[in-house]
Design a binder for this molecule. Structure first.
Ligand code: SF4
Ligand code: SF4
Length: 395
């Protein structure tokens, strides 16, 4: 329930600008909340005199009111849907087939409605589409209230976000507004006795913890990209497209976006979407070893990744780190060079289709998850591989 204490209102109009659903108007010098409030919380957060309060019933809620699995989509501007969205839809499909419910997708952006059919082909039964210039790039102040409002209104049972930079920022904001818990960085999701069993690494990746939320709804999780399998797209699938009328006034945002700087990865294939990754660890950090890996990645048409040690030693940027504290990858080919293969590294790459390990220590744990192992000095092995690949490709 939302309440506006008129006697406290100083008529600053901030709530009118902040309401993404356009339901607050000024009458005289006082704000008035009209019909259609979704309880998104944006006005409550921005009111400078705490005139607005939202009470959410957190105890004894009727869990049977909540139904459906929601996936929060991410796009690369208006260019494409990010891959992990399809993975979450595939997992959502699997979960709802057990629960006997439906899968919905929230698609927010500018000029993104054109992606709705693709999302339906990948498993969504319905797509909520919110378009606004203010949603053209991820900004928490624009995205969080819209998603919070939709969840409050439609009451899904499960909401899944990607454990991406945006998802890791967005999901906790939404969960906090709704006074809910959130399981971060899940690597497995299943249903146990009707509840979402959320599996994630714990204690430094040494154990896998199973987490359930029996008392609150929705059950919310962020999920690592590249750990779930997307379903084969089916162009015959039909679904519902629901337009969400949003009215976002960016001038109400407390954070001003002044400049967007390109990262060194801009324009290149990102490590979490690469088909071939040649990754180096401690053993490659000296004597320009990564130059050899760049050469192999170049002839294979892949990208270079690394272990955490290589980042700690300053050889490579964090943006290409594979593993529990870096990026989870699932390429067709993963070549691990001079990487011992700690459990934390394995968590981030073991779902690769084919793993090739090159290491001079035959006892290195990486060989336990490798499909092919080469024991020896990478400085001799990599140039030989480059020659063979070039020969096979007629280079
Ligand atoms: Fe406030 Fe959100 Fe309701 Fe608008 S929709 S009145 S911002 S809680
Ligand atoms: Fe009144 Fe608060 Fe809205 Fe300002 S933000 S108009 S003080 S209710």
């Amino acid at each position: 329930m939302i309440t506006l204490a008129a006697e406290k209102c100083i008529g600053c109009v901030k709530c009118v600008k902040a309401c993404p659903f356009g339901v607050i108007v000024m009458k005289g010098k006082k704000a008035v909340i009209g019909d259609g409030c979704t309880l998104c919380g944006a006005c409550e957060q921005i009111c400078p005199v705490s005139a607005i309060t939202i009470e959410r019933a957190m105890k004894d809620i009727d869990l049977t009111q909540y139904s459906g699995v929601w996936v929060v989509a991410e796009t690369e501007g208006s260019q494409r849907v990010k891959n992990f969205t399809f993975e979450l839809l595939g997992k959502g499909r699997e979960l709802t087939d057990i629960l006997g419910q439906s899968v919905s997708c929230i698609l927010l952006g500018n000029d993104v409605a054109k992606f709705a059919d693709t999302l339906i082909h990948h498993g969504a039964d319905s797509v909520f589409i919110g378009e606004s210039e203010a949603l053209s790039r991820y900004r928490a102040e624009a995205f969080a209230p819209v998603i919070t409002g939709l969840i409050s209104r439609y009451k899904p049972c499960i909401v899944l976000f990607g454990a991406t930079h945006a998802g890791r920022d967005l999901a906790p904001r939404v969960a906090a507004s709704l006074e809910l818990g959130l399981t971060a960085d899940c690597t497995g999701l299943s249903i146990l006795d009707g509840l979402l069993l959320q599996t994630r690494p714990a204690f430094g990746g040494n154990i896998m913890a199973d987490i359930i939320c029996p008392y609150t709804r929705p059950q919310m999780a962020t999920v690592r990209p590249n750990v779930m399998k997307k379903m084969e797209p089916d162009a015959k699938r039909a679904g519902e497209k629901i337009t969400v009328p949003v009215k976002i006034d960016a001038s109400s945002f407390r954070i001003v976006l002044k400049e967007i700087l390109d990262s060194p990865q801009t324009g290149k294939v990102k490590i979490d979407e690469a088909d071939i990754i040649v990754s180096g660890g401690r053993g490659v950090c000296t004597n320009g070893g990564f130059a050899l890996l760049e050469e192999l990645a170049g002839v294979l048409g892949g990208v270079v990744g690394c272990s955490r040690v290589a980042v700690d030693l300053g050889c490579r940027p964090k943006s290409v780190q594979v593993g529990q504290s870096g990026t989870t990858v699932s390429p067709k080919l993963y070549v691990a060079v001079g990487i011992s293969g700690s459990i934390q590294h394995q968590v981030g790459m073991k779902s690769s289709d084919t793993i090739v390990a090159i290491n001079n220590d035959p006892a290195a744990p990486i060989f336990q998850v490798a499909d092919f192992g080469i024991i020896g000095d990478y400085r001799a092995i990599i140039p030989a591989l480059v020659v063979e690949v070039k020969k096979n490709r007629g280079g």
